[in-house]
Design a protein around this ligand. Sequence first.
Ligand code: SF4
Length: 387
Amino acid sequence: MASIVYYGSPRQARWEAKETLPAKLDQILTRLNLRERVKGETVAIKLHLGNNMGYSTIHPVFVRRVVEAVKEGGGHPFITDLSWDTRASETRGYTAETLGCPIYPTAGINDRYSYAIERLYKGITHWKVGGMIHDASFLVNFAHAKGHPSCGYGGAVKNLALGCMITETRRAMHDVNHYNPYWFPEKCPDEETRRKIIAACPFGALVEDKNQAGGIHLHYEPCNQCLRCLKVAPPGSLKINPENFYAFQEACAISTAVTLSTFEPDKAVHLVLATQITPLCDCFGFTSMPILPDAGIFGSDDIVAVEQAVLDVTGQSKLIEENIPTTMEVHCREGHPFAQLHGPYKDPYKITEYTEALGLGSRKYELVDVLPVEKFARPSLGYVSAS
Ligand code: SF4
């Protein structure tokens, strides 16, 4: 059965506030029956507050509307994010005063308050969920859509997958790319050739392995799978395999399933704001130029459906190539624009495949536009031609 995804387009017809995104967010919250569902609940509103001088995270104007809706419904909201992002969040406009409720680090001020949930995946045995997430009874997952160097795209899943786990688990998740071996030194005993392989990468993705003499370490984030390195590497010595790349997405799906398992069914809603869509995630502490046009705001009870809808809508646009950082390249013209930029093995749709396979929702959805943009001719202003 198709899940419902409520949608607000960034376009407007009239010059009126009621046709803009904050007002459309209000309509989405109403359609999701948020007020009716949060009475007496302790509501964690999971945001990414960014850090340093980033300004593309969700504007307080949007956050405040969610907070007020929760309060109107009789819920007890708090904003939460990783401790290194809540620290100094006031420098980016996020305070209890501007948002209307307290801001708490997900795992306490020292990132140690967590609950371990056992699940085996590529060397990870326990997933440590932030205690403030675990202790809440209702979740509003409010994510910003943007590109991501590890998996092409970051949205609703990524906001939970990495944003609700403590540092130890997040590090382990980033390491799963390396779980399956990709460098086979016995196939390249020649030091000179190994140096040429490293030098062949124009993005600095290949480096000496500091833990293994004669080894090569691949930084998966800057690698766009251009395969220049394989033109230099002796056959079989270096593998640029999809499985290594997909592992991070699968880990994100598992992490999200773990976090959502701490909430009763129907006690979570997922919102995604797709504006200021930058090439990289908001963790970097800066904001780059947008690489896609604004796509709007989305809301659903189904995290898989909302991700699928965001990807389908953003996938209808072309990359704004003049806005891409000059140290990145578009080397393929097929697939989703995020994959065109970050490489085919960072296909953003993998995340919806993995999360659906884990039973978190459905990739089938019905998109319900909460305020379709009217098309009408501008009325005459009544000017009289001078001729
Ligand atoms: S595939 Fe391209 S980007 Fe990736 S390591 Fe090789 S040369 Fe670098």
